[in-house]
Design a protein around this ligand. Structure first.
Ligand SMILES: Nc1ncnc2c1ncn2[C@@H]1O[C@H](COP(=O)(O)OP(=O)(O)OP(=O)(O)O)[C@@H](O)[C@H]1O
Ligand SMILES: [Mg+2]
Length: 464
């Protein structure tokens, strides 16, 4: 942290009571906040905004810091115990960063920051969502921060365009939505990706999945079985997709397609594509569908679509059915069947007027494995079900469950508890894996309750 280039006399004539004023930590904090607000206002008043726009960032920062120091020095009666370095840092955060949210942006444990209007800030730490006591001065203050973030990444937000999705330079994803669409003031949601993403080790440690299930999914990925991960918002779909993609053999060419690039594949041969929203004039939009089609002309071995949301479903299934086996995607859904019926709706959005039974057959032949995730009580995420799609029977999907999670109440901390099990069904895709030289011990599927060490002898950490 930068030290201040000056010291001050706290008990000088300016503050004759000086040491006799010993404040409680709460009082010091209140003083601190009051002082910060005051200096920040003075700072804004004394900045010549017309000149600032032309200044480059480094000079601008230095200029604002000097000014803030001078204003701090000019404050009469600074209470003892005020941390001047912290004050300056926070003033800089107010002026350049995300203001009161900046400390959370620096905290590696924080994965989500959710701002519901100026007086309500939630953060998620290690899977638990908590209300914080952070507040913005008022709606105006929150709007300023949102405007700044959005402007930095070359977007804008106003009454004409009251919603924005964007990615910050550190990789975090943000969404802002403001009045009149948001009824309780501006809402800002930040999903942080600058931090180290969760690995399989973490998922096992959190009890989100078992080694036996990982081994089966790893073999499915390696052996080019088409796979879809379903689950609710924030249930860990992208995290699991990211981790499973490591099992794609190193010599394959992968093209990833996302709305905002979140996937971090530890692979050499990856081409990353990102969609684009229309500009203010409504031009220049590039939809996921356009990118999937384009990707097919890039000689990919596999396509990884971050999330299927619309018409691109048809193109993705086509890719899976025609030589790009082992492609993967995620879908927002409440359970496995819901995922499949949503996919049907998305296919119909492609506007090709395909009859429903045909769509279903198409889905059933393209997709083989569906992994369903859920976010349960207390913030824990679990793989709820791993299912194999066997085909169609009398117009319905024929599904076989391979693994599942059975919930048994909650623990003393309010977290859902329970156990994973293997159903005893052996997947039909085993023979396909064998053809591709990937072997999987059929004993993995023996009906049983899965223990944390199950299976013995398979070192998934080495593979992951
Ligand atoms: N198994 C897990 N246990 C605890 N936290 C997790 C787990 N998996 C993911 N998370 C955390 O939950 C948040 C959401 O994860 P992720 O982006 O993978 O979910 P998602 O289902 O893809 O969300 P979205 O619906 O927004 O696309 C992230 O902050 C991530 O670090
Ligand atoms: Mg996701």
């Amino acid at each position: 942290m930068m030290r201040l280039g000056f010291t001050r006399e706290r008990t000088s004539a300016a503050d004759p009571v000086g040491q006799s004023r010993s404040l409680t930590p709460e009082q010091i904090e209140a003083e601190f906040q009051k002082l910060k607000t005051r200096i920040h206002r003075e700072l804004i008043e004394s900045l010549d905004l017309s000149k600032l726009a032309a200044m480059e960032e480094a000079r601008l920062r230095a200029h604002v810091r000097n000014l803030a120091e001078a204003l701090l020095r000019a404050q009469p009666n600074l209470a003892a115990g005020i941390d001047e370095d912290r004050l300056l840092e926070e003033l800089m955060a107010e002026s350049f960063g995300l203001g009161p949210l900046e400390p959370y942006m620096q905290d590696p444990d924080v994965t989500d920051i959710l701002v519901n209007g100026p007086r309500e800030v939630y953060v998620e730490r290690l899977g638990r969502l908590q209300l914080t006591n952070t507040v913005f001065a008022d709606e105006e203050h929150l709007m300023q921060i949102i405007q700044r973030v959005v402007a930095r990444v070359g977007r804008r937000i106003d009454e004409q365009a009251p919603m924005v999705d964007a990615r910050l330079p550190d990789g975090s994803r943000i969404n802002a939505i403001i009045p009149p669409l948001a009824l309780n003031g501006p809402v800002l949601s930040i999903r942080r990706f600058g931090i180290q993403p969760l690995g399989l080790q973490d998922l096992v440690r959190f009890g989100s999945i078992c080694p036996a299930m990982i081994q089966v999914l790893a073999a499915a990925v390696e052996g080019r079985v088409n796979l879809m991960i379903s689950g609710g918002a924030g249930s860990g779909k992208t995290t699991l997709l990211n981790n499973l993609s490591r099992f794609v053999p190193e010599d394959e060419r992968i093209v990833t397609i996302e709305d905002s690039a979140e996937l971090k594949l530890q692979r050499r041969h990856v081409v990353r594509l990102e969609t684009r929203q229309a500009n203010a004039e409504g031009a220049g939009e590039v939809r996921p569908r356009d990118l999937v089609r384009n990707a097919l002309r890039m000689r990919p071995d596999r396509i990884i679509l971050g999330e299927v949301r619309g018409a691109e479903a048809l193109d993705m299934l086509q890719a899976m059915n025609t030589g790009h086996e082992g492609s993967m995607t995620t879908i927002h859904a409440n359970d496995t069947l819901d995922a499949l019926s949503r996919l049907e709706v998305m296919v119909s959005m492609a506007g090709e007027e395909i009859p429903v039974p045909v769509v279903r057959r198409y889905i059933a032949s393209a997709l083989t494995v569906v992994v369903h995730l859920a976010r349960l009580k207390g913030g824990v995420r679990r793989v709820m079900r791993i299912s194999e799609i066997l085909g169609m029977e009398n117009g319905d999907y024929q599904l076989q469950e391979l693994f599942g999670f059975r919930q048994q109440g909650v623990d003393s901390e309010g977290r859902a508890k329970g156990f994973f099990y293997a159903t005893g069904s052996t997947p039909r895709f085993l023979s396909r894996l064998e053809e591709r030289g990937v072997s999987l011990d059929p004993k993995l599927f023996t009906e049983r309750t899965l223990e944390p060490g199950d299976p013995n002898g398979w070192n998934w950490e080495e593979k992951a």
